[in-house]
Write a protein that binds this ligand. Structure first.
Ligand SMILES: [Zn+2]
Length: 409
């Protein structure tokens, strides 16, 4: 009985601490009285916990309330202390490694981006990744400023229970114990997840609180993947494979997909589908400015080139984006019916064409989804674009620290 009571007390303490820290993250600068109002905790509890957080350097006090910022007596404001420590977000992508360091308020203080196109094999890329982490630790880890953790996004299937990267076909990696390899050298918490899952969580964590609690993130480029956030939590599924909706069948007699199936959503709603449309139109004799841009080699075609042509009124470029936007809308309509999100976000390289894609996506989704499920759904473009997965890694670590501060107290 005494053991049970002490566990309950510890759990309650952790939950209250998390409540205070999450309100500070969203609403700082804020006074103790303001925190009491937002959390529903009594002022004595707030005072005790804030004192602990100030002593540990996780918060700091700033200024005095101006009469307009809060009705009632003025008080000292609080916010997360940016100098409390650092967080590292990392993306090992196809052809690049991207590393971001933020302070404790998740403001970016450093970034590194390296091309890995001329590197040979997984071992070389992994060693370069560890080198970048060594540099970051050398520069930022100090006795009074810990590195709170490392969040890593990778373009493959990750068993999130163990951090084992099972299969990343575009990297040529299979069964790499990524979490274990990184944690062996850097004794901080390490979280590894699929890059689109990481990006989805980041968009939710840093997005508007109400809008982002129920979020569908669709990342499209070479392939199509994404993530689902339900009530602020990433839906990872039993073993971490949730969000592989690029392989939903949408055209039963469609084109073959890399996964072995035919007619997957990925075959009609990625940049490959845009390029295929343009190339087929040109071969059929239609005039397009893109023919001269690639000068005979269609592998040179890029999404910025297609967007540029579409902006100039090129009919083929516009139709290619409209056709692909239509298919994106079909898949999103299906997912809206299943998940009932509040907000849908388009990310990944193809989202550079959002000015042309979003109107078609919105119209198609509205036509095909249940009107009740679609009511109030907003469809927009990712806030962190190319930084999505690395910032998702930052979000994963920041959320872990705020929700269980015990190891740092
Ligand atoms: Zn497939």
């Amino acid at each position: 009985m005494p053991i049970r009571a002490s566990v309950d007390h510890a759990t309650m303490y952790r939950m209250n601490m998390a409540l205070i820290l999450n309100q500070l993250r969203r609403n700082a600068p804020i006074s103790r009285a303001g925190l009491a109002t937002l959390t529903g905790l009594n002022k004595a509890t707030i005072s005790t916990m804030v004192r602990t957080l100030l002593e540990r350097g996780l918060l700091h006090e700033i200024g005095v309330n101006t009469p307009t910022s809060e009705v009632g007596r003025p008080g000292i404001n609080l916010e997360l202390n940016p100098d409390a420590g650092y967080l590292i977000g990392l993306e090992i992508g196809v052809g690049f490694i991207s590393l971001i360091v933020t302070d404790f308020t998740t403001r970016i203080v450093a970034r590194r981006y390296e091309s890995t196109l001329d590197m040979e094999g997984p071992a070389a890329i992994l060693e370069r990744t560890l080198d970048l982490l060594r540099d970051a630790f050398r520069q930022y880890r100090q006795p009074d400023r810990p590195v709170f953790g490392i969040g890593v996004g990778v373009p493959g299937l990750v068993d999130t229970t163990s951090g084992l990267l099972l299969f990343a076909p575009n990297l040529g990696w299979e069964n790499v114990a990524l979490q274990e390899i990184i944690a062996r050298e850097f004794p901080v918490p390490v979280r590894v997840a699929n890059e689109a899952n990481m990006a989805a969580f980041g968009e939710s964590y840093f997005g508007d609180e109400q809008e982002s609690r129920f979020l569908l993130y669709v990342s499209t480029g070479v392939g199509l993947g994404g993530g689902i956030v339900v009530d602020g939590q990433l839906l990872s599924g039993a073993t971490g494979f949730a969000g592989e909706f690029g392989h939903m069948t949408v055209v039963p007699d469609g084109l073959p997909c890399n996964c072995g199936n035919v007619g997957c959503w990925e075959t009609v709603a990625t940049q490959q589908a845009v390029f295929r449309f343009v190339q087929a139109a040109a071969k059929a004799g239609r005039k397009t400015a893109l023919t001269s841009i690639v000068s005979g080699d269609w592998r040179r075609l890029t999404i910025p080139a297609v967007v540029g042509a579409a902006q100039q009124g090129d009919a083929v470029a516009r139709e290619a984006l409209e056709e692909t936007g239509h298919w994106l809308g079909i898949g999103i309509a299906n997912l809206v019916n299943v998940i009932n999100p509040r907000h849908v976000i388009l990310g990944g390289p193809l989202s550079q064409a959002h000015a042309f894609l979003l109107p078609v996506i919105r119209e198609t989704a509205a036509r095909h989804a249940l009107k009740w499920a679609m009511s109030g759904v907003t469809i927009g473009v990712a806030a962190h674009a190319a930084d999505g997965a690395a910032m998702g890694g930052i979000a994963a670590i920041h959320s872990m620290v705020l929700n269980d501060l015990q190891p740092w107290l």
